[in-house]
Ligand binder design. Structure first.
Ligand code: 5RP
Length: 236
C-alpha cells in the first residue's frame, strides 16, 4: 500500500472505533471515509455494533453502507445525528476545511452541520497554512447558471474551471444533478466572508468552505521507518 493510502487507512480505522451501538451516524465521502465505512461495516457485520442508523453524505457512502447492510435514513427523517465522520481536502490551523474533492460538498455540509460531533479524517498532506493554497474551492451550481456564476466568481478574483468527468464525455454531474466550478483564489484572507459571498450568488447551491464545523481532526502520519501514527487535534 502506498504511504498516503496507509495514512488514510489508519485514520479510517481509528475513527471507526469512535462508533458505538445505538448511534445515528453521518457517513462522509471520499477515499479516507471509505476506509472508515468499511471498518464500521465489518464491526456491524460481526455483531460488535448494533442498532446503527446511517445518514449518508453521498451516493458513494450510501452504496458502501448498503453493501454491509447498515440501515440508512434520509436527513429529513432523523431528529439528531450523534457522530459524523468525514474526509477533507485541506485543513488549516483553526480546523477550518476545504471539502468537495469528490463533488459531494452540498450533502456533506447538510449532514456535517447537523451532527453533534464532527470528526474529520485526513492524511498529513492535507494540512495547510491557508485555505485554498493547495486546492481550488468547489462551487456547486445549477447547470443553467454556470456561466453567469463563473463570471461572478471572476469578479471575486477567483479563477473558476468547470470540473470535467473522467471516462464520461462532458462535465461532472453531482449527486444532486448540478455542475461544479473548481475555483482557485490567489489568497483567502477572510474565509467566512468568501463562504457567504459565494453562497449569495444566484445559482450557487453550496461551496466547499467548511468553517467552524470540525470538532476534531484525526491526522495520519507516516515516519521514515514506515510507522503510521494518528494525531488528534481538537477545536479550541
Ligand atoms: C468529497 C470530500 C472528501 O471528503 C474529500 O475530497 C477527501 O477525499 P479523500 O479522503 O479521498 O482524500 O470532500 O466531496
Amino acid at each position: 500500500m502506498d504511504p498516503v493510502a496507509q495514512m488514510k487507512a489508519k485514520v479510517g480505522q481509528v475513527s471507526a472505533q469512535l462508533v458505538e451501538s445505538g448511534m445515528t451516524l453521518g457517513l462522509g465521502s471520499g477515499s479516507t471515509a471509505e476506509y472508515m465505512i468499511k471498518d464500521v461495516g465489518q464491526r456491524w457485520q460481526n455483531g460488535e455494533l448494533t442498532n446503527l442508523t446511517a445518514v449518508c453524505t453521498s451516493f458513494q457512502s450510501s452504496v458502501l453502507a448498503q453493501g454491509f447492510g447498515i440501515p440508512q435514513q434520509q436527513l429529513n427523517d432523523v431528529d439528531r445525528i450523534d457522530l459524523g465522520i468525514d474526509g477533507a481536502d485541506e485543513v488549516d490551523s483553526n480546523l477550518n476545511l476545504v471539502k468537495g474533492g469528490g463533488g459531494c460538498q452540498t450533502r456533506e455540509k447538510l449532514v456535517d452541520s447537523r451532527v453533534d460531533r464532527l470528526v474529520i479524517v485526513v492524511d498529513a498532506g492535507k494540512l495547510v497554512d491557508q485555505l485554498g493554497s493547495s486546492m481550488p474551492v468547489p462551487v456547486e451550481v445549477v447547470p443553467e447558471a454556470y456561466r453567469q456564476v463563473a463570471a461572478k466568481l471572476r469578479d471575486l478574483d477567483g479563477d473558476p474551471e468547470l470540473r470535467m468527468a473522467v471516462r464520461k464525455a462532458g462535465p461532472v454531474v453531482t449527486d444532486e444533478g448540478n455542475l461544479i466550478l473548481d475555483t482557485r483564489f490567489s489568497a483567502i484572507p477572510d474565509p467566512e466572508k468568501l463562504e457567504s459571498t459565494i453562497n449569495n450568488i444566484p445559482g450557487v447551491l453550496e461551496n466547499g468552505l467548511f468553517l467552524n464545523m470540525a470538532d476534531e481532526v484525526l491526522i495520519g502520519h507516516i515516519a521514515d521507518d514506515g510507522a503510521v501514527s494518528v494525531e488528534t487535534r481538537t477545536r479550541k
